[in-house]
Design a protein around this ligand. Structure first.
Ligand code: NPW
Ligand code: K
Length: 488
């Protein structure tokens, strides 16, 4: 798992490390790693053109030292200094000594128009709020040019902790970040501004606290996806119950049940008024048009997608939440829970809520630009796991542990994809995974399914269900055309 660390946590760790190192050593580590990534991206040093945007802090110092390294290898490097009298002194000396050229921001136009790569060293973890006008103007000019855009540590104008962008910000294609990945690089608007993130180790790890926020890799997700073994039967691999869809709108029931089936628990039961549609689509499911209590034993429930919000729906929701089983509540169930949050508050078994922004807002919290903070707050309030959907979906548990999903794609923003996510999550809850992990792994797999489906063309929700087996195999690192014979 990849730990995500706030600016305050990084500063505290840096302070401990700095005390043990000679002056400037840490910045040299950062600048060396930064110059190495730039050279790799440029593909050459001699004859390449690089322009630095340099602020008055240590972020500018990193850029100047990296610029010095590039200049000494034959790259033409120009630095636009936003505050010449306050630029990092040792960095500027090294830069000039290596043959770097310095210009005022107003005179940076030609250097930006000709640059192969622009290095953004305006602000890093010390930045706050929207970029000031002079910095914003420089960033705008850089964006108009043809260069590869590389951010130093954090794209300037992006909040390192939350990913919030309040005004102008550097839109990077690559971000070279030091010591640890910051949440703001992977969540909210920051994710889109950071581009590909390159982590440079500077020896911080042993000084960092235990992370409160994580990103899963494929290997982390794969380790949590159960594989059947010789002793398993259909009841030992998890039985999930689905309450979704209606007689008039069976679609949500069909998608949710299909997604649960294709996540491969032992058994999927369906209870609800979309029974005919679900039965026709999925002969593998055990279907009743009765109430959840008529469905037979399950180990987790999914309730909500397309079920409506009338009195019947409310009483079915209450019945499911009154069980001592894990429950995933989505869509119409969230609308009802926003009115009556006590139904979900502090149940004896885990509850997972999966709102998108508008559903989240009905609980009265925003979510605003701090998506991790918002998910944590609602989770703590309700004593439930909250999965806040987005391009980078956030999962938080009541204790504050959070996961930011890395596999999202904008193609997932279409009708029915939420029903699919609910089915996947419910199936994983039924296998006994801790609820916060079930939700995080489900978001990961759902995103991979989106990527697999989108690679074939514009996707609809049913494509996600069809491609789930391939997505799960890919997460496991198995190429679908090289799957071993079953039983091998
Ligand atoms: N500690 C270490 O050893 C190591 C640290 N490292 C590096 O240091 C970075 C942190 O450096 P830092 O603390 O100096 O802050 P930094 O990110 O340069 O920002 C301060 C500057 O931003 C400016 N500014 C602020 N808001 C602004 C706005 N809205 N719009 C415009 N400007 C704004 C602010 O202006 P001022 O308020 O002073 O006028 C000041 O000039 C870190 O991200 C990493 O890159 C690495 O080398 C590893 C070793
Ligand atoms: K920066």
């Amino acid at each position: 798992m990849i730990g995500l660390f706030t600016a305050a946590e990084i500063r505290a760790a840096e302070a401990r490390l700095l005390a043990a190192l000679p002056d400037g050593a840490l910045m040299q580590r950062a600048a060396t790693g930064l110059a190495t990534v730039c050279l790799r991206l440029l593909g050459r040093s001699y004859g390449a053109r690089v322009t630095l945007l340099v602020g008055a802090g240590n972020n500018g110092g990193d850029a100047l030292f990296a610029g010095a390294r590039l200049a000494s290898r034959g790259t033409q490097v120009t630095a636009a200094l936003l505050a010449p009298e306050r630029a990092h002194e040792a960095g500027l000396t090294a830069f000039r000594r290596a043959g770097g050229r310095v210009v005022a921001p107003e005179a940076a136009g030609p250097a930006l128009e000709r640059a192969d790569l622009v290095l953004d060293g305006i602000t890093g973890i010390g930045g706050s709020g929207g970029l000031r006008p002079d910095a914003a103007a420089l960033v705008d000019r850089a964006a108009a040019g043809p260069a590869l855009m590389v951010a130093v540590d954090v794209p300037s104008g992006v909040d390192a902790d939350t990913g919030a962008v309040d005004g102008a910000a550097f839109a990077a294609t690559h971000t070279v970040t030091f010591g640890a990945v910051k949440p703001g690089l992977v969540v909210g608007q920051g994710r889109g501004h950071a581009g590909e993130v390159h982590l440079i180790g500077i020896g911080l790890d042993e000084h960092l606290p235990a992370p409160a926020a994580w990103q899963l890799t494929d290997a982390d997700a794969a380790a949590r996806l159960p594989l059947p073994d010789a002793d398993d039967d259909k009841y030992t691999q998890g039985v999930v119950g689905i309450v979704a869809g209606s007689a008039t709108y069976p679609g949500a029931g069909v998608l949710c049940t299909g997604a649960a089936l294709r996540t491969r628990p032992g058994l999927v039961r369906y209870a609800g008024t979309a029974a005919d549609g679900v039965r026709a689509a999925w002969p593998e499911a055990i279907v009743t048009d009765g109430r959840p209590g008529d469905a037979g034993r399950v180990q987790a429930w999914v309730v909500g997608p397309g079920m409506g919000t009338d009195d019947d729906a409310r009483s079915v929701l209450a019945e499911v939440l009154a069980t001592d089983l894990p429950v995933l509540a989505d869509a119409d169930a969230l609308t009802m829970l926003a009115r009556e949050p006590d139904l979900a508050r502090n149940r004896p078994a885990p509850t997972v809520l999966t709102p998108h922004d508008r559903e989240f807002a009905r609980f009265g919290y925003g979510p605003g630009s701090d998506r991790i903070g918002a998910a944590r707050r609602l989770a703590a309030d309700l004593g439930a796991v909250v999965l806040l959907k987005g391009e980078a979906t956030v999962v938080a548990d009541p204790g504050g542990t959070a996961f930011v999903n890395a596999t999202g794609t904008p193609w997932l923003a279409t009708a029915g994809t939420g029903d699919v996510l609910s089915g996947i999550t419910g199936a994983l809850l039924a296998t006994g995974l801790p609820a916060v992990e079930a939700a995080a792994v489900a978001a990961h797999v759902h995103g991979r399914a989106g990527q697999v489906a989108a690679a074939r063309g514009p996707l609809i929700a049913g494509d996600l269900v069809r491609h789930l087996p391939e997505a799960i195999s890919r997460v496991r690192g198995v190429r679908p055309d090289r799957l071993p014979d079953s039983g091998a």
